[in-house]
Write a protein that binds this ligand. Structure first.
Ligand SMILES: [Mg+2]
Length: 183
């Protein structure tokens, strides 16, 4: 029997940590609005305020891209499946922890398979439960709010994105492969 108790769990967020979702989100947004907004323009967490659109419009585009364009959503780095496998081979349980609409679940699973991303479990959060409610030792996420209730000895690694630059956090990475040297 494998000794699960001795393994540390690394929780990894999906959107904007594994999947570079905003690239395709912005493609669709720009198409519909004849605009040319870039990811670097999204400098705060609240997309609706930056683009002056409703929260419903923001989520409608997310729903659309995971429904119709999931295959176009790029990973945040090439061969990301190998990166996740390397983290797993370092002795971590890989838990993909993602808050999302239920309608996108089937295509998220297809996306993970398509990019050969290993996980030991896959947790879909449908409500507003904080990610800190879930079991992990280390969380990699791009959303500062997910670190607000994080307490020692649990560790949060912030995945750099244009919308989290102003958040003060000591441990940051630009790519998931950088996490290998940190943990
Ligand atoms: Mg995210």
């Amino acid at each position: 029997m494998p000794d699960l108790g001795s393994k540390r769990t690394l929780a990894i967020d999906l959107d904007s940590v594994l999947a570079d979702t905003m690239v395709i989100w912005l493609e669709e947004y720009n198409k519909g609005n004849k605009s040319s907004v870039k990811k670097d323009d999204i400098i705060s967490w609240d997309i609706s305020k930056i683009l002056n659109i409703s929260i419903t419009e923001v989520s409608d585009i997310f729903t659309y891209i995971w429904d119709k364009r999931w295959k176009d959503i790029p990973p945040t780095e090439p061969s990301i499946g190998n990166t996740v496998s390397n983290l797993h081979n370092k002795g971590f349980r890989i838990s993909i922890l993602t808050k999302r609409y239920r309608s996108s679940v089937a295509n998220v699973i297809k996306w993970l398979d398509f990019h050969k991303i290993h996980c030991d479990d896959l947790l879909f959060v449908y409500d507003d439960a904080p990610k800190t409610n879930y079991p992990f030792d280390i969380l990699v996420d791009d959303a500062p709010i997910n670190f607000s209730e994080l307490v020692h000895p649990r560790i949060g690694i912030l995945f750099n994105q244009p919308w989290n630059k102003n958040f003060t956090w000591p441990i940051r990475i630009n790519s998931l492969s950088e996490a290998i040297n940190l943990i």
